[in-house]
Design a protein around this ligand. Structure first.
Ligand code: AMP
Ligand code: MG
Length: 407
């Protein structure tokens, strides 16, 4: 029965009942009751109280009706469970969102999530008004630039890991990204002098974060930050919070397959199955390196296949080694990291760690992941087609391509 109909019925019944208590003598049960009740005063008192209670109930129901029709009660009254799926090109990727729950809640979770991705893109992207662009414009002039709490948080975590990886990860890679132009029509191998000049501008220690939690500055002119290695991961955490706010227990937040957060289970009631790209896949049959299940976890992958060009047999990709100023060439082909959802910044960490470990290379990278907490697992694929596994992620993969050797 429709909500409005329910309220209309209750409303009608209340009016009828209200008339019982209003003291009119003409017919109906009231008259009969009155005759049956010798202690008339007492009866009148209880009727008045009854009236008040009815009025109160009526007021509460009316308020609920107003709230429900304004959508403020979300899916409380529309409990039909449904799966909402929507995709949109944003944050340099195709975001595909799936949410299962009460219809209104699932739709609201997806709508709000897409809106949030657009907002984050405006803050963390390279548009003229973004925090990234404003920081670059003020680089070297000594002034603090006010930035959003979102970008501040990304920078704070990024700085910490820049330190912990000895600069293999560096959020100030902007000048290298701009110089090489990988993934754009201007992609090229730069002249040595230009490369040296750009490399000298990459230094996370020259990124200062204000104690107010909403400002930062770059100490040298020409410096710029690049959030390409962390923004999608941060977005996973944000969207997951939006899903949880809307009580969505089952869903998939997929930001271009390189960053995924899985909540609960899929429509079949089993953990989500997520394929990990074969970095050298050429066709449908060898497209995936393997498949993992995911539930309440964030998964990110970084690989040298995402954006690259080849020249004289060398693959120039988009993940730079700040120490050389060139795309990292130390044997990594791809890195996948899974972080349990119970960990703070799970999405952000998975995204950041894949890039950091890629640059560190298979051996150092594996050791780095080994030293992380138990909530972090991963695999590193190498150019020799080896898979190095950390905390069992490699062993948990199914359908692993037999052209790779798992260690
Ligand atoms: P991902 O695909 O998550 O590994 O991120 C790669 C992106 O991060 C690149 O497109 C650059 O924008 C940025 N980046 C490249 N090299 C580094 C690095 N060594 N440290 C931090 N960010 C980097
Ligand atoms: Mg990353």
């Amino acid at each position: 029965m429709k909500l409005e109909t329910v309220f209309a019925r209750i409303y009608r019944e209340l009016i009828e009942m209200g008339c019982l208590g209003c003291g009119r003598q003409n017919g109906g049960r009231m008259g009969q009751e009155k005759q049956k009740a010798p202690a008339g005063g007492e009866k009148r008192m209880s009727r008045r109280t009854g009236m008040l209670l009815l009025l109160l109930l009526f007021a509460v129901l009316t308020a609920l009706a107003v709230l429900a029709s304004s959508g403020a009660l979300g899916g409380l009254f529309t409990s039909r469970t449904t799966t909402v799926e929507q995709s949109e090109v944003t944050m340099d990727t195709v975001a595909s969102l799936t949410a299962t729950g009460p219809e209104a809640e699932a739709q609201a979770a997806v709508d709000e999530s897409l809106e949030r991705l657009r907002e984050l893109d405006a803050l963390a992207g390279t548009g003229p008004d973004s925090d990234v662009s404003r920081l670059a414009a003020a680089a070297g002039n000594g002034e603090w630039v006010s930035i959003s709490p979102e970008v501040y948080h990304m920078l704070a975590v990024a700085r910490e890991y820049s330190e912990r990886t000895g600069g293999a990860f560096d959020v100030t890679t902007g000048p290298l990204v701009a110089l090489w132009g990988i993934g754009t029509d201007a992609a090229h191998v730069p002249a040595e002098a230009d490369l040296e000049a750009a490399r000298a501008l990459v230094d996370y220690r020259a990124l200062e974060l204000g104690e107010d939690g909403q400002s930062a500055r770059l100490l040298r002119s020409g410096m710029s930050i690049d959030l390409g290695a962390v923004a999608k991961g941060y977005a996973l955490d944000e969207l997951r919070r939006i899903y949880e706010k809307h009580h969505i227990e089952n869903g998939l937040i997929n930001l271009g397959a390189s960053s995924i957060y899985a909540l609960g289970h899929n429509d079949k009631g089993t953990a989500w199955r997520v394929g990990i790209r074969n970095p050298r896949g050429t066709g449908e049959e060898d497209k995936l390196l393997g498949v993992t299940t995911l539930s309440g976890q964030a998964l990110s992958t970084s690989g040298d296949y995402e954006r690259f060009f080849e020249q004289d047999g060398v693959r120039y990709h988009h993940i730079f080694d700040p120490r050389t100023g060139a795309p990292a060439q130390n044997g990594s082909m791809s890195v996948t990291v899974v972080v349990d959802g119970g960990t703070e910044d799970a999405g952000l960490l998975s995204d950041l760690l894949t890039t950091a470990v890629f640059v560190l290379g298979p051996q150092e990278g594996q050791a780095f992941l080994d030293d992380m907490s138990d909530e972090v697992s991963g695999i590193i694929t190498t150019q020799q087609r080896d898979i190095y596994s950390v905390r069992g992620l490699g062993e948990r993969l199914s359908n692993v391509l037999n052209t790779y050797t798992l260690h």
